[in-house]
Each structure stands twice: as C-alpha cells, then as structure tokens.
Design a protein around this ligand. Structure first.
Ligand code: GLN
Length: 547
C-alpha cells in the first residue's frame, strides 16, 4: 500500500489535553490545501473502542458519522469542515481497530506460528493503516493527529509507529508538538518549562519535534520562542504562537501570520502550487463571524445538558457549527440557549417561555429520558407557529406529536419509548430487530449516506434546489409505513423519501399553515461546512430572522 514521496506530518500534544490539537491539525491541513496540495487529515484515538459509536456523548462528545457510515470522533467533523470535503474511513484509527485486526490475524494463523508482539506486529499494523490512508484519494500530504498527550501509556505505540516511519523515510516526515504555556496569575509571566519537559519526554521516545505550536492565553513573545528553541533544539521560526481566540475559524489565518505553511513546505521540500482553494473565501467567512449585523435567538432542546456548558457544546458540536455557518453567512450572530426537555415535564420551565425565541431545534438523541417534555414542546411550537427544526429524534417526535394531537391516535409513540403501545408510528426496521436481540449494538444502526428524493413544491425541495440529495444517517427507528397514508391525509407532508418510497426522510408542514416546521430523519448538520452552509439550516435561520 505504500505510496512513494507522500509526506506525513504527525501532530502530538504535550503538557495537557484539551488545548486544541484537533483544530490545530485541521488548520495545518487548511493552510497546506491553500498551497495547492490535497491533504488527508487522519485522527488516531488511543482508546480500545473499535469506533466512537458506543460511547456516551456526555463523556466523549459528539459521534461524527462519515459518509461511509463509520462512527468517529468529533475531530473528524472539524477536519471535514476545514478541508471542505468528505474524508474516507481509513482516516480514522483507534487502538481497538488495530488490536482487533492483529488478534484476528493471529487467530487465522497469518503470522506463520510466530510469537505475536506489540513490536513489530501491532506497530506495523499502525504503519500499514497510515500508509493506506495516504494511498487513497490522491492526497499528497497526510496530517496525522495522535490523540492524548505525550507521556500517556495508551498512545505510545502510535508515536513509536511514527518514529519508525521517520527512520525509514527521514525526508518525508515532520513532527509537530502542540503544547500549552501557562501564565500563573501570581507569577504573571508565561512559563516555558512544562513545554521543555514535554519535548524532553517526546525525545525519550526517539522523536524530535520539528515545530512547536505554543498554545497560551496570550501571544508567545520572541523571548519565549527563543527559549524553547534553544533548550529544545528547534529553529526559533519553527516555534509558532497560537494564543486563545474567540473563533476557531481564525486559527488558520493566525498560523499564516507566522508563515506556517511556507515553513512547512520548505521543511518538506515542497513548492507552492496554483489552486482554487486559496485562503480568500475562508478569510471572508472568518470576517463575517466578527461583524454580524443582527442576532438570531435559537433554543436547542435536548437531554444531555446536566454536565455543564463545556460538555454540552462538545456533544452537539456539528449542530452548533451548522447553525453558525448559516447564521453568519446571513449576517447574523446566533445566540443559543440550551434547555433540558425534562424541565417541561417537571414544570421547572413553562412552555410560554419558548415564545421569546426566534426558532427551536430538537437535535438527535436516544432513549426515553425527557421525551414527553419534547413532545409537549413540539405541540406548543406547532400551535404557536414558532419555527421548528427537528433532527433525527426531533423529526420522529414531531411525527409522534402529529399522530397524537392532529390525527387523534391516543398514546401514539415510538417503539423506543414503549414497545407495547398500540400505535407505534415510529417503529424499528425489520433488520434491526435481530441485532438488538443479540445485543449487537456496535456499528449496526442505519449509518452513513443514503439518497432522498424530494417532493416538488415543498420547503425542502425549494431549499435544496434539486430533486435528489444524499444525507448522513445514524438511527435504528423509522416512520412506520402503516401510518404514512393517515399522517399525510391529516396534513403532514413527507417531502423527502428513499427512492423506493419505503423510508421517510423529511417531514414538514405546508408554509400555508406554519412558517417552518420541518424534521429530517438524517443529520444534515454533518454535511454543513463554513464555505458551504447547509440549505435546510439556512432556510430555517432565514425564517427565524423573519420571525
Ligand atoms: N433514537 C432514534 C433512533 O435510533 C433517533 C436517533 C438519533 O436521533 N440519532 O432511531
């Protein structure tokens, strides 16, 4: 699988986690793309899960679904948004994938009776995966982000794989360390020591970083840069300052201020090539984020809100970004309010409080918590003509609400809530039943891209401007075909369906009865990009602004 001359940039973290290695990697990809190179962004997650699908979002953040259906880490979402293109599943690697493959091979006697060891067998499986990711889709540079922090036990094998690749092809490989420089309030000065120690720790793996990206509250001054350079054998101009900023979309622009792409190309012995992907459009979008002319107030009603703002924005990152892209492109700053649907069940919140918002989103979700609260909310905003956008579970529950309160089917619900209910307007697909029975949960939902045929004259058809679309999915349940006729007669419009008309993909109400009431079985947020906002989000925000 090896591809000759392919360049690899490994991004590793030092000092502590959570300092924005993902955004730094995505931004490195972006600035290299603007120099005419096709870049592959690869994420390594050291955990033993085979994919990110079985993890709780409050713990791990959002599960980002690739076009192929692989359930991955949220960083993959940032990568796609920054590069503006879909990434293949080879670009996501976990320890679980690596080990299960090695063990499978061992069980199949593929190692010819040898003792199977971490080195070389596990390490070489990792190298193979990196080289495979490099070989596909015609990219010339791979930026590979190794999750975790240098010094962790879990990611050492990945760093070892990177080291051995460098020893084999020294000219083709660069190491970048993203570190953190604290400014202790009582000391009042930015300290480089933790960074020096982190680099020494990386040295002990046999790896010398070529570049250091210094994250801090403030800009790194020349003195700090020189100190890191001198203490750690790094060229001073290879120490890049990455101060805290409000918008992640400024990061590539900040990197370019330090001339990062030029330096990277020089270090990799590559030349700038002509391209249409310059930073111009990107800079124009980044500017819009700072100059909104108005505000749009949107409430997001879900259940994962009990653990604080930080967790929350991680669990819904693609939804948040999708709203931002559409809103900023319409000249508006989105102000999001997070409300737990359970609060409408306990009476902690009154439905009338929803009136103050320009629009409401109910995003995807699983399980039974807070569902009746969501249905109450949907009834209220349908009757009070507040713009509504339901994503996946948010669409299913809109169908439930309509069946109950307009069609008059008492107790209508989804099988996820009550499998014995009389009217299961949202039901499980046949092929899913067996999987659940066998507790076969990992990677078995309807996942990835499926086509939807749009109905003429609907909000959806108008927003997309075409008849056939492809959107990404992640769910087990579907609108029950037995109820489609009745629901349609009662006024619900299924404006998008699978080409064989079996699966309902979009439900909406006609504009003559409601300004915007639309739900999608798929997750449109997964394909929204800064330079290509999603048409349904844009239509929703437009109506919110009029509202
Ligand atoms: N829980 C629902 C299902 O599995 C919706 C999933 C989602 O919102 N992603 O069908």
């Amino acid at each position: 699988m090896k591809k000759k001359g392919h360049k690899y940039i490994f991004v590793m973290g030092g000092v502590m986690s959570g300092v924005g290695k993902g955004v730094a990697s995505a931004s490195i990809g972006k600035v290299l793309q603007a120099n005419g190179y096709k870049v592959n962004l690869v994420k390594v997650d050291p955990y033993l899960n085979v994919d990110a699908g079985t993890m709780n979002p409050t713990e791990h953040g959002e599960t980002f679904v690739l076009r192929s259906g692989l359930e991955t880490d949220q960083d993959m979402g940032n990568y796609e948004r920054f590069l503006g293109r879909d990434l293949p599943e080879e670009n996501y690697v976990t320890s679980g994938m690596v080990y299960s493959k090695v063990i499978e091979r061992e069980r199949n006697l593929e190692y010819d009776g040898k003792c199977v060891e971490a080195i070389p067998h596990v390490r070489d499986e990792i190298v193979d995966r990196f080289e495979k990711a490099a070989a596909i889709n015609g990219s010339q540079i791979s930026v590979i982000e190794i999750g975790g922090t240098v010094g962790d036990f879990q990611n050492a094998m990945f760093i070892e794989a990177a080291r051995v690749m460098k020893s084999r092809n020294p000219d083709d490989i660069l190491f970048i360390m993203v570190t953190y420089l604290p400014i202790p309030s009582k000391v009042g000065e930015m300290k480089t020591k933790p960074t020096q120690n982190a680099i020494r720790q990386l040295n002990s793996y046999g790896v010398q970083p070529d570049f250091v990206i210094g994250r801090s509250e403030e800009e790194l001054d020349e003195r700090r840069k020189d100190k890191i350079a001198e203490q750690c054998n790094i060229r001073p101009d290879h120490v890049i300052s990455a101060p805290d900023i409000d918008s992640i979309y400024d990061v590539p622009l900040n990197f370019e201020r330090d001339g990062l792409s030029k330096l990277l190309l020089k270090a990799l012995k590559l030349k700038k090539k002509p391209t249409k992907h310059t930073m111009k459009e990107w800079a124009a979008f980044a500017k819009k984020v700072h100059n909104p002319k108005k505000e749009v107030h949107i409430a997001v009603i879900g259940k994962y809100f009990s653990t604080g703002d930080f967790v929350l924005s991680d669990a819904y990152i693609s939804v948040i970004e999708a709203i931002k892209f559409s809103a900023y492109n319409l000249g508006a700053k989105p102000i999001l309010t997070w409300i737990s649907s359970g609060d409408f069940e306990t009476g902690k919140k009154k439905l009338s409080e929803l009136k103050k918002f320009d629009g409401i989103i109910i995003p995807g979700g699983f399980g039974t918590t807070g569902i009746e609260g969501k249905i109450k909310v949907i009834k209220y905003i349908r009757e009070n003509k507040i713009p509504y956008f339901g994503l996946c579970y948010g669409m299913q529950l809109a169908v439930v609400e309509y069946a109950r309160n307009v069609l008059g089917l008492k107790g209508a619900t989804t099988r996820e809530m009550d499998k014995d209910a009389e009217h299961l307007v949202i039901d499980i697909m046949e092929d899913q039943k067996e999987k659940i029975k066998n507790r076969n949960y990992g990677g078995t939902m309807r996942l990835g891209v499926y086509p939807a045929q749009l109905k003429k004259g609907t909000i959806a058809r108008k927003a997309y401007g075409k008849d056939l679309v492809e959107e990404r999915h992640r769910h087990r349940y579907e609108v029950n075909p037995e109820y489609i006729g009745q629901l349609e007669t009662a006024g619900l419009v299924f404006s998008g369906a699978s080409p064989n008309k079996k699966l309902m993909e979009i439900a909406e109400l006609s504009k003559s009865v409601h300004p915007f009431f639309l739900g999608t079985q798929f997750h449109p947020e997964l394909q929204a990009r800064p330079l290509l906002p999603h048409p349904l989000f844009t239509e929703f925000v437009k109506v919110c602004l009029e509202h």
